[in-house]
Structure formats: C-alpha cells, structure tokens
Write a protein that binds this ligand. Sequence first.
Ligand code: 5RP
Length: 234
Amino acid sequence: MTQAKENAALAALDFVEDGMTLGLGSGSTAEIFIEHLGLRIAGGMKVQGVPTSQRTAECAREFGVPMVDADMVEKIHLTIDGADEVDPQFNLIKGGGACLLREKIIADASDRMVVIVDSAKMVDMLGAFPLPIEIDPFAMPLTAEKIYAALLKTGCEAGQTVLRQKKDGSGPLITDGGHYILDSKCRNIPDPVATARALAAIPGVMEHGLFIDVASVIVVGEDDHAKVMELSRE
Ligand code: 5RP
C-alpha cells in the first residue's frame, strides 16, 4: 500500500511547476508527496506551500518546503491532497484525518486539485467509508439528529453517527479549527450532490467531507505504476 501511495505522490510531482504556490493536503499520502517535494526543492525547484493542517505544516517544515500563511496568500495554483474515497465522477470523501474544513477551503481556492490515492480508494459509489462531518461542539446531539435526517432524506442508508474520539481516549477529537467530527456510517450515498447540499444547510455543520466538483485530476497509485485520470472543469 505504501508503495502505491508513493507512486501516486511521485506522479503528482509532474503537475508542479517552478514558481507555483501549492495547497498542501493532509494525511499519509500527502505527507509522502511533501517529502518528495522537499527533495525537488533541495535540487533547486522554487515553490511555496499553504498547509491544510498543523501536522502538514510540521511535515513541510521537516522536509524543507517553504510555507506561506493562508491569511497572506493571494493565489493557489494547485492543491495536492489525498482522499478516503473517489467515485467515477471524481467526487470525494475526505476528512479521515480530521482536516476536511481547511482542506476544502484551500482546494476550493485553488486553480486545480490533484488527488493522490492508492487504488483501494476507488469506488463505484461513495459511502462505505464513514462520512466525516465537522460540526460546532454547541448542541452537538441536536446537530447530529439533523444530520441523520438529512442523510436518510437524500437516500443514504444512514446508520450510526459516531463522535470521533482522540486516539489516546481522553475525549472527543478537536480539529485544528476547534470543532468536533461526526463520522456517519452512510453505507452508500446514491446522490452525493443532494447529500452535500442538505448537510451544508444544517446550522452547526461547519463543513462536510463530500468534495463535489473540486478535483480535476486523480492519480491512482498501484504497486508498480500510477495511472493519471483527468477531467476538464472549464
Ligand atoms: C485528511 C484527509 C486525507 O486526505 C484522507 O484521510 C486520506 O488519508 P491517507 O492518505 O492517509 O489515506 O482527508 O483529512
């Protein structure tokens, strides 16, 4: 699996050009990309990155990738990020690493988003991976109830919604933005556009992990090569 992620990350470097400002995604695949980007920079390439999480900022620092603060950046040419699931229309589930709000802000502000995944992430229909939803902690059970209803109404086989916990078990996970994550076991999401719209309309939902019409390139890594798929979003 790691080799497949590495092959995807390496192939994504072909999209990077001197002078670019890059959105730097979060997660293990994005971190492999950042490590290789650091090697290119050490070899003379001139780019700067906008990190989508504190962890990614630490990774960029470690591998010598110059950073620009998200508050200061005027243009982002390209974002490279991983995903938890990708469907044939290039719709994504993201947020497995709890960074979906900042990832979506940066990807949406970019001219182009290149997604790097191993082939296990490619699905016919989104939803087997529990959908991460970033919510304000205030009145969490009321927001969770609205989410459950929205998922059912838009055709998901909505099951349990779980409040994500910290790995050390010391309480709910808090995102970089100070929010909770609810993981919704949808099982399938037959109409991602309708589900995305319904979730976005719920007060208390800061952002959901459905990335619709954002990615224009998917790089799928296998153990011995990577396949590049492109979609025109002109
Ligand atoms: C973080 C994300 C990640 O991109 C997603 O979880 C994939 O991670 P990995 O590359 O480790 O499989 O959305 O919020």
